[in-house]
Design a protein around this ligand. Structure first.
Ligand SMILES: Nc1ncnc2c1ncn2[C@@H]1O[C@H](COP(=O)(O)OP(=O)(O)OP(=O)(O)O)[C@@H](O)[C@H]1O
Ligand SMILES: [Mg+2]
Length: 602
């Protein structure tokens, strides 16, 4: 199993300050809310109404208190009823606020998930070969869960608290500007300290999120390759690896908790301290003959409690929002990666149709983008006429599979060009290009569904008859009918419930169904016994008729009658010609290999 320890630090974006750039990215998130704009505004109105009704409550309480000494019974009852009315209204507004926000959130998140997946699946192979799939997966689900919390809860809370603070301060100023000024002298100090704390806590929580993602990656990777783990008896090793990562999570989590604890204690202290201070100053002012009534003082204290509560809650929300910015940045990183050019820009209007099947490599050199210093292919040139069959042979790691990846445009050549039907393959629409090619890959991975679904993947919407026909041609029908469920047999996750040879024949059936102009068989018969191989070989021979076919084979006996054999070694074309021609080369690679294999067989 591959281990690339620092893959996740590589994934880490360089520290982003909350600048215009960061905010712009957050703003881009709002384009996902846009379709829900009217519901969102409705939610905001409910939010506003519920916040305002909450703000009226202290006012009425103060008036009620004052009417104890100088009010009529009628007035006392009236205020009581209004209070009751306010509470009822508030609960109704709150209900609808929560519901409308949930509607906006659910729909927005679904859109965000769909967009992210949509984008992700169209990213070029380079992206996937430099990232770990498990990490991407957990990252996306964790980040989106975080945004869900932000949208349903944090955003509403935030707006609510801003309203409370602004509205509260306005009302306070009306009651007593002196007292308000006194209170405001305390609040900014608290706010500044909260901000410094918040930034620090944000950093810690980002590290902790990353650590959790790393530990999830281990679980996912090992479960995916569980056979390997067991076969190599590496359970203890993996347990240790996982333990180490999860222990790191404890450490960083506890460090975060310490700071959060300090933060909360500080806010608590500041809150009660300022309330006591305000009461003291208010009593002082009344005592000195200020026009405030005791009801006013009561109002003032209630508002101060509201405001203080909002400010302390605000600090918590502040760090929550910062986390959300972190999550947004992660998602935006993915969304800003360029996808494969499905819509070609060159000659986008009158794109040539693909493909009849002439293939030409002209001086193609290639390095994998992830390993820039290693030349995998060097100056490869060859031409295949339409309908010709060519075999690629050569030692393991020579670059044979890479040649087929270039033909599919999983990657583009570093130097040189590839032509199909005399046109550079970059000129074709990518979907068009790929739908005219089929590959039976070296490692067949099936999807978790049924055999039928896996074959149908070659041509979505194919009829039952076509599917059976394809399976029959691939010599797969026999083993399929032996399963009690036939075509509806579940293949298990990634096809684990089938043998290698069975999987391969399903992949062949899939290719047959696709009916491509260009066919690539990468070791297509490698996991078959001689009898099945003969059957499949026949099927393939049928399949290759009239199509340009590239066959990669280690066993040379299977490619004797190819029109052309290309010997690749260390990324270079070493020999090229028919079987007979190549056997004539004195001390040739092909001749030597051929003799060696005959000896082994004989
Ligand atoms: N995704 C990749 N990123 C970086 N290097 C790669 C990648 N895939 C293959 N390589 C390297 O490119 C070289 C050629 O690999 P390729 O898979 O084309 O060999 P091959 O001829 O098909 O071998 P085999 O017969 O074993 O299948 C190898 O050295 C391999 O390590
Ligand atoms: Mg290969």
């Amino acid at each position: 199993m591959a281990r690339h320890g620092q893959a996740s630090t590589e994934r880490e974006t360089p520290k982003k300050k909350i600048t215009g750039e960061g905010l712009k990215r957050l703003y881009r998130l709002f384009r996902f809310i846009r379709p829900q704009k009217s519901v969102f505004i409705l939610g905001l109105i409910f939010l506003l109404l519920s916040s305002v009704t909450t703000l009226i409550f202290p006012m009425l309480m103060g008036d009620l208190l004052d009417s104890a000494t100088n009010g009529t019974l009628e007035k006392i009852n009236r205020i009581g009823f209004i209070l009751l009315g306010i509470f009822v209204a508030n609960s109704i507004f709150s209900y609808f606020r929560i519901y409308t926000f949930a509607v906006v959130t659910q729909k927005t998140l679904a859109l965000l998930r769909q967009t992210t997946y949509n984008h992700l699946i169209r990213l070029p192979m380079v992206f996937f070969s430099s990232r770990r799939v498990g990490e991407l997966n957990s990252r996306i689900s964790a980040d989106i869960a975080l945004l869900q919390e932000t949208f349903t809860n944090t955003l509403a809370q935030f707006i609510r608290q801003v309203i409370t603070i602004v509205g509260g301060i306005t009302l306070l100023t009306i009651i007593s500007y002196k007292l308000t000024l006194f209170m405001l002298a305390i609040v900014p100090v608290v706010a500044i300290i909260a901000r410094i704390f918040g930034t620090f806590i944000r950093k810690l929580s980002k590290i902790s999120q990353d650590k959790v993602a790393e530990s999830n990656t281990i679980v996912e990777e090992t479960l995916q390759a569980i056979t390997n783990v067991k076969a190599f008896a590496n359970e203890a090793f993996e347990i240790l690896r996982y333990k180490k990562k999860t222990d790191e999570v404890i450490e960083i989590g506890l460090k975060g908790a310490k700071w959060r604890g300090l933060f909360v204690s500080f806010i608590f202290l500041a809150m009660f301290g300022s309330i006591a201070g305000v009461v003291w100053y208010g009593v002082y002012l009344v005592n000195q003959g200020d026009s405030m009534t005791s009801g006013d003082l009561f109002k003032f204290i209630l508002y101060t409690v509201f405001i203080a509560g909002s400010i302390s809650g605000m600090a918590d929300l502040y760090s929550q929002i910062q986390k959300a910015i972190g999550a947004t940045e992660n998602l935006m990183d993915i969304l800003e990666e360029d996808t494969e050019p499905f819509e070609q820009t060159i000659e986008a209007l009158k794109q040539p149709e693909c493909c009849k099947g002439k293939v030409e490599f002209a001086g193609v050199s290639f390095n994998y983008p992830t390993r820039k210093d290693v030349r995998v292919l060097k100056n490869i040139s060859f031409t295949l006429k339409k309908g010709e069959q060519v075999a690629l042979v050569g030692p393991s790691g020579a670059g044979k599979s890479t040649i087929t990846s270039l033909l599919f445009r999983f990657y583009d050549p570093t130097d040189g060009q590839i032509f199909i039907d005399n046109r550079n393959i970059k000129e074709y629409n990518l979907t068009d290009l790929r739908s005219n090619m089929a590959i039976v890959p070296q490692e067949v991975l099936l999807f978790g569904g049924t055999i039928r679904e896996n074959i149908e993947y070659g041509k979505p919407g194919a009829s039952e008859q076509e599917i059976i026909e394809a399976a029959r041609k691939a010599n797969a029908m026999e083993f399929i009918t032996n399963f009690p469920e036939g075509l509806d047999t579940i293949v298990g996750e990634r096809g684990v419930q089938l043998s290698g040879g069975q999987r391969q024949r399903i992949a062949i059936a899939r290719a047959i169904l696709k009916d491509p102009a260009i066919l690539i068989l990468d070791e297509a018969t490698s996991s078959l016994d001689s009898e099945s191989e003969r059957l499949v070989q026949d099927a393939l021979q049928q399949l290759m008729k009239g199509r340009t076919s590239i066959v990669i084979a280690h066993r040379l006996s299977t490619i004797h009658n190819a029109d052309k054999i290309i010997v690749i070694d260390k990324g270079e074309v070493k020999e090229m010609g028919s079987h007979e021609k190549l056997l004539e080369i004195e001390n040739g690679i092909y001749k030597n290999l051929s003799e060696l294999q005959l000896e082994l067989m004989g």
